[in-house]
Design a binder for this molecule. Structure first.
Ligand SMILES: [Fe+2]
Length: 224
C-alpha cells in the first residue's frame, strides 16, 4: 500500500466521523444512557486517542495531547457509565478540535516519515479501529432513533441496478475443510495484508455447506 492510498483511507475515516457528529446539533449529542452504546463525542475522542497510543507513543515516544485526559479516553480505564459525565469531557467544538489536531498530525507523519511494515500496520490498525467506531456511532444513532447516516452510504449496488442480481446473489460455499483466519506471526505475511490479532493464527475447520451474502444486508433484507 502506498502513502496516497493510506492518506485516502485516513481522510475517509475522518470525514465520515465528522459527518456523523456535525450533522447533529450539540444537544442531540447528549444521548440518554444506554448500556449498548457510547456517547458519540466520547467515541470520537477515544478514536483520536487511539492514534496517540498506537502511532505517536509507540513509534515516537510522544506524550499525549492532554495527559490529564488519557484515562478518560481509554476504554480500558473509564467505566462505561462515566462516559456520559459532562463534567469530565469537553463539548463538541473542543472535541472536534482535538480530533482534527490528531488527524493532521497523523497525516503529516505519513507524508514525512518512513513507511515500514510496522508503521503501515499501526496506521491501518488505528484507521480500522476508527472504522469500527464509525459503525458504533451509526448503531448509537439508530438505537436513539436519529437518522442513521448523513451523506455517505456503504459502497453497494442498489436493488434494481444493472449487475445487481449477480452481486446480490448469495455465495454458496460447499461442505469441506476450510482454512479460517490469517497467517500467524511465524508464517510469511505479505506487506499488503492486514489482520487483527484475534484473526490469527489461521486454522482448518470442517464445515457443512452454507450460503452467505456477498454484501452487508440491510435490516429489511435481514427481516425478510
Ligand atoms: Fe475502541
Amino acid at each position: 500500500m502506498d502513502r496516497a492510498t493510506l492518506l485516502a483511507e485516513l481522510e475517509t475515516a475522518r470525514q465520515r466521523t465528522r459527518a456523523l457528529i456535525t450533522s447533529l446539533p450539540e444537544d442531540k449529542l447528549d444521548v440518554p444512557y444506554h448500556p449498548g452504546v457510547n456517547p458519540p463525542l466520547w467515541e470520537m475522542g477515544h478514536a483520536a486517542f487511539f492514534y496517540e497510543v498506537f502511532v505517536f507513543n509507540l513509534l515516537d515516544g510522544t506524550t499525549s495531547y492532554d495527559p490529564a485526559m488519557d484515562e478518560l479516553w481509554d476504554s480500558f480505564h473509564i467505566d462505561h457509565k462515566d462516559r456520559w459525565r459532562r463534567d469530565l469531557f469537553p463539548g463538541r467544538e473542543e472535541t472536534l478540535a482535538y480530533f482534527d489536531t490528531i488527524y493532521d498530525r497523523v497525516a503529516a507523519r505519513i507524508k514525512t516519515k518512513t513507511l515500514t511494515d510496522r508503521e503501515l500496520y499501526l496506521y491501518r490498525y488505528s484507521i480500522f479501529h476508527q472504522n469500527m467506531h464509525i459503525e458504533s456511532i451509526i448503531w448509537c444513532r439508530q438505537t436513539i432513533g436519529y437518522p442513521a447516516v448523513p451523506d455517505f452510504q456503504p459502497e453497494r449496488v442498489a436493488p434494481g441496478e444493472p449487475g445487481n442480481d449477480q452481486t446480490r446473489a448469495d455465495a454458496v460455499i460447499p461442505a469441506g475443510r476450510w482454512l479460517i483466519g490469517m497467517p500467524g506471526e511465524s508464517e510469511a505475511f505479505a506487506h499488503e495484508d492486514f489482520a487483527f490479532d484475534n484473526e490469527k493464527p489461521r486454522f482448518e475447520i470442517e464445515l457443512p455447506a452454507f450460503a452467505i451474502s456477498r454484501l452487508p444486508v440491510s435490516n429489511r433484507e435481514f427481516m425478510a
